[in-house]
Design a protein around this ligand. Structure first.
Ligand code: MRU
Length: 359
């Protein structure tokens, strides 16, 4: 098999997703940071498996991967009539959208592809496919810009010599480029503001240790890795001035679903009076979800808890609970850092005011 060359993005980090000569490639995030490997995706089924296995992960990234993945599912069906092709597009989009339930971006990206397909009047299915490829590329490029703008607006929150805590990976690896929670960090760093980041390791799958600490270190940002249970101590020592996390789905009232453990960080931040911010593009807001209690929470394989990597660390037959996400109530959130600016409470009113105009 020919070796896959991984392109770099504007932060000089590996691209998470790229489309090259009619083929889809993903950076395999399960082996980072020890190996930097790209994997060609041959089928929509493979893309679904890659999403479930977290080879590609993070809300915006799975939205983009879903849009490209749909193309793989319909590529060989271009001989169908436009009506039958449209039926297949809807069917495959609905199927791929089930790969992971919590991050709304996956369903958002697929819905955008389906809605776009419906709005076209192509001469044949081949033409519709080409138009859909252009739309997937637009979704991808738009995500780069949305994330960069999050940084432009959020960088002002990071003051010289401050300590910023983040949880999981809402970084370049979780998006098309700048990340969401990390985007203010990248922009502040580009602006030569000196600050420290503390990255929670984020059990059970260690996105903070494997991904966030790696990508920030690569970018030359001062980053310190801590285990999840150290955050309270660091806050008690006055080392954390600000928390910024990402989100997989934000409800219309500003309740925020994010990686398991985020709620604990928010509770600590409230106790120690540290402002807790959440960074997100509009594609992560679910206006059809009135409050966080309705957000579906993915339950992961118990092995992710009973094992530490390949090594088993718990007794056989132990009962395990493994929710992948939790919901932080909006009253704990100081602000939502978006591509349009920092949205403050009351979130229900301010989100709907800000996004009243069509994207
Ligand atoms: O299970 P993961 O690794 O996909 O979880 C990712 C997160 O929780 C991120 O914080 C979230 O998707 C925001 S990514 C910009």
């Amino acid at each position: 098999m020919p070796e896959i060359t991984i392109p770099k993005n504007r932060l000089n980090l590996p691209e998470t997703i790229w489309w090259e000569n009619g083929a889809l490639f993903l950076l395999d995030q399960t082996v980072l940071p020890l190996e930097i490997i790209g994997e060609r995706q041959e089928t929509i089924e493979q893309v679904s498996e890659s999403i479930k296995a977290l080879k590609v992960r993070g809300a915006p990234a799975i939205g983009v991967a879903g849009a490209y993945g749909l193309l793989l599912g319909i590529k060989e069906l271009r001989d169908l009539s436009v009506d039958d092709f449209m039926g297949k597009i809807e069917e495959k989009a609905a199927w791929l959208g089930e790969a992971r339930p919590t991050a709304v971006n996956l369903k958002w990206g697929l819905k955008r592809m389906v809605d776009f397909a419906k709005s076209q009047s192509p001469a044949n299915s081949g033409e519709l496919y080409d138009l859909l490829l252009e739309e997937a590329i637009r979704i991808h490029e738009e995500d780069r810009e949305l994330c960069r703008m999050i940084g432009v607006h959020g960088a002002e929150l990071i003051k010289p010599s401050q300590g910023v805590l983040t949880h999981c990976n809402a970084g370049s690896l979780a998006t098309s480029e700048f990340g969401t929670a990390t985007s203010p960090m990248y922009v502040a760093h580009q602006n030569e503001v000196p600050f420290r980041v503390y990255a929670d390791e984020t059990r059970p799958l260690l996105q903070g240790a494997r991904l966030t600490s790696w990508e920030l270190q690569q970018a030359g940002i001062d980053v310190t890795l801590i285990t999840d249970n150290m955050a309270a101590h660091l806050m008690s020592q006055g080392l954390i001035d600000l928390v910024i996390t990402g989100t997989d789905r934000t409800a219309a009232n500003g309740d925020v679903a994010n990686k398991i453990g985020t709620l604990g960080v928010a509770i600590l931040a409230k106790h120690f009076e540290v402002p807790f911010y959440v960074a997100l593009p509009y594609s992560t807001i679910d206006f059809d979800m009135p409050a966080g209690e309705g957000i579906p929470i993915e339950e992961r394989d118990p092995k992710e808890v009973t094992n530490f990597g390949a090594r088993r660390t718990a007794p056989n037959k132990i009962k395990v609970c493994s929710p992948a996400f939790d919901v932080t109530p909006n009253e704990m959130v100081a602000g939502l850092i978006t591509e349009r600016g920092i949205i403050r409470p009351p979130f229900k009113e301010n989100l709907s005011l800000e996004y009243a105009t069509a994207q």
